[in-house]
Design a protein around this ligand. Structure first.
Ligand code: ARG
Length: 466
């Protein structure tokens, strides 16, 4: 049991208490950030004359060696340390003796852990954004290839009006684009450095917080030392953003599962992204899509959990806050894993264009356009709606589409119909007449695709300086 704080204690910590309190099993995840933060801290201590240049050089060198040894497997992060901070400091002292003991001058584990978690999370925000961008690229490719691929659009999961596959994919493009904006927004709000806040009330050493903030790529230091060690808002915001990403993925997965069903057959999953049944040889199951949908609950759970943990914590640091890590790490790994797998699944999925087209033809998706035809021939809309309702009833009885009716049959219901009705209610006309920006018509879609292409050229991550 290696602890940093034995001095005022006369008894060993109970083993169960020690285990309950320890965080090494999960905070070892940010060993790199802990070392990065310590290096910035000692550089600043030397600049301020609190440590000598030689002491600083020795500490930096030893810290870099510790990192190397962890990474090449010669130094294991084991449970004998309470947390990652103790692990690094103990190994530094083992290496440098008294000089190593100077590392923690003007610092508390409270500002240290706040920094480590922020550095780690900042990296995760960026890598999640990168994965989102990868997904957007796949979506844009599918959009470009399918501005003429007609499929039914649904409301209430009932066929409604014809759209194109490009248009349907474009809806998800917008969702994931907003997700990226949320990440950018979180980044700009969180990117301030808590290091130098001490336990809660700053420190009496003449620290240069601007300097460490800059060394670590932050916009500047945080402005209240109590808030700095007690703030986990950025984690809650990130968990909320990840929950929204998962919600979008989950909706998409739900559609893919429906499209992949025997009844729909709109898509076929690549063999590499589907699974079989142990008993039914004919099965090809969309397990990946189902798992992504399922894991969404886990990420929501993490958000609820941290909100609840934080709601009753008085200022400033309290140990409850150690609970932020496991669930946030799990949500980060889950979201990134799902994004990567989903992107691969979508990229390799085959769209059955004939089947989509057939489905659009067979579902009265052109009924609105038939009514609009009548309106264009002076029939009031409410009457037109009633006439087309009768036509649909007739078609259902005969198990045919509106286009299959002869002109005589149509005229028997309304004499307004002429030969040009067939052109007016063809799937192509239905789609391509919808040309307001954001609608599925080919020209409108091409305008949007051009805008999205431009959007994908710029990258906020490059400007973030990381
Ligand atoms: N493991 C702790 C955490 O995750 C580190 C901070 C410990 N600070 C303290 N005063 N006990 O929050």
């Amino acid at each position: 049991m290696a602890q940093l704080w034995g001095g005022r204690f006369t008894k060993e910590t109970d083993k169960l208490v020690y285990n309950f309190n320890a965080s090494i099993s999960f905070d070892k995840k940010f060993y790199k950030q802990d070392i990065e933060g310590s290096i910035a801290h000692v550089r600043m201590l030397a600049k301020q004359g609190i440590l000598t240049e030689e002491e600083m050089q020795a500490i930096v060198k030893a810290l870099e060696e510790i990192q190397r040894d962890v990474e090449n497997g010669t130094l294991a992060i084991t449970d004998e340390y309470e947390d990652i901070h103790s692990f690094v400091e103990a190994n530094l002292i083992k290496c440098l003796g008294d000089t190593g003991k100077k590392l923690h001058t003007g610092r508390s584990r409270n500002d240290q852990v706040a920094l480590d978690m922020k550095l780690y999370t900042r990296q995760e925000v960026l890598s999640t954004d990168e994965l989102l961008k990868g997904l957007l690229k796949v979506l844009l490719r599918i959009m470009e290839e399918n501005t003429e691929t007609i499929m039914p659009g649904f409301t209430h999961l009932q066929k409604a009006q014809p759209i194109t596959l490009a248009h349907h994919m474009g809806a998800y493009f917008e969702m994931f684009k907003r997700d990226r904006l949320r990440l950018k927004d979180i980044y700009t709000r969180m990117n301030y450095c808590p290091l130098g806040s001490g336990a809660l009330a700053g420190t009496t050493y003449p620290l240069d917080r601007e300097y460490t903030a800059r060394l670590l790529g932050f916009y500047g230091p945080t402005l209240n030392s109590m808030d700095s060690v007690a703030d986990r808002d950025y984690l809650i915001e990130f968990l909320a953003a990840m929950s929204t990403i998962m919600m979008h993925l989950s909706r998409f997965c739900e559609e893919i599962i429906i499209w992949n069903s025997n009844e729909y057959q709109f898509v076929e999953m690549d063999d590499a992204y589907s699974t079989g049944s142990s008993i039914m040889p004919q099965k090809k199951n969309p397990d990946i899509a189902e798992l992504v949908r399922g894991k969404t609950g886990r990420v929501y759970g993490a958000l609820m959990s941290l909100l609840t943990t934080m709601k009753g914590i008085p200022l400033a640091y309290n140990k409850d806050m150690q609970e932020d890590k496991e669930l946030t790490f799990d949500a980060m790994d889950t979201t990134k894993g799902c994004l990567a797998l989903f992107t691969g699944m979508l990229d390799t999925m085959k769209f059955n264009k004939e089947q989509m087209r057939r489905s659009a033809n067979n579902g009265f998706t052109n009924a609105t356009d038939a009514a609009d035809y009548l309106v264009n021939h002076e029939v009031p809309f409410r009457d037109a709606h009633g006439i087309v309702g009768q036509i649909v009833l007739h078609c259902i009885e005969k198990n045919i589409a509106i286009d299959d009716m002869s002109l005589e049959e149509l005229k028997a219901i309304s004499p307004v119909f002429e030969e040009d009705i067939y052109e007016a209610i063809s799937m192509e006309t239905c789609v391509n007449k919808r040309l307001t920006i954001g609608a599925p018509g080919k020209e409108a879609m091409e305008q949007v695709i051009a805008l999205e292409k431009e959007y994908l050229k710029e990258d906020w991550r490059e400007e973030s300086g990381k």
